[in-house]
Design a protein around this ligand. Sequence first.
Ligand code: PBG
Length: 319
Amino acid sequence: MRRDEFSRRLMSEHVLTTNDLIYPVFVLDGENKTEAVPSMPGVQRQTIDILLKTAAECVKLGIPALALFPVVGQSFKSLDASEAYNPEGLVPRTIKALKQAFPELGIITDVALDPYTTHGQDGLIDDTGYVLNDETVAVLVKQALCHAKAGADIVAPSDMMDGRIGAIRRALESEGLIYTKILAYSAKYASAYYGPFRDAVGSSANLGKSNKYNYQMDPANSDEALQEVALDIEEGADMVMVKPGMPYLDIVRRVKDTFKVPTYAYQVSGEYAMLKAAAQNGWLDEKQCVLEAMLGFKRAGADGILTYYAMDIARWLKD
Ligand code: PBG
């Protein structure tokens, strides 16, 4: 069966298409400016005007959705993270500009406080530095409403607080925002693979030596991921996510088999950095390896993949 190309094609089980891709982007305030992210070669922070050009290209390539990650200056960070729900803030302005120019392009926003806290944690903290669950959820609700009112199609809580999906769903319903979807980062692990992302959004310096072990999941666990997903679905999530991607494909498979809901995987910054570094050294064939990794996600049962390679992949699939 493997001898000829025709029979190989006939028995091929999985196929990657541009419909499977979500493109994460870093947004900057200002005009006509891009900044390279040293630990993510090829990835740039972009001001809204430049992002509009990127988005036009994504639409042309057929990428269904973008995921926005803001990069704000130190003066917008505080202990109460109030910039997270400023209706004139960077994220609402970006959503409005994108939805106005490209109504058909899906816009996903990150619901978490780390871009806006002086300490870089995803929530509000007590005197010991421990993240306060319920106080944080109250702010996340304001942040999600702010994004939804600006026109976000999907709000994606990536903070790992308990009960935030239910609280956000109730708030959206009561404000009549009945079409806003919730993508829950349900199984988000406390991963060292987020390092380059924290450089990109400027939270690593603020985070310093502290970590997120007391709210993100332990890489040693997998049953716990199913429990997290069950809770989020029960609370009203439309879609669930496993993160990181490649080291956690067993989790993607278990989640998909157990719940059969739309399931996404995030090929995170560190995974991108590994592939990129090896490719730049001439040690790996970038296109072949990235496409092979994508098939791994498909085989594991992912309905879609967030990847910094989304535009490259879409171009490769076109040739
Ligand atoms: C924070 C957030 C993180 C990522 C997405 N949202 C980092 C973290 O939890 O510290 C990581 C994405 C990546 O590494 O590409 N809410």
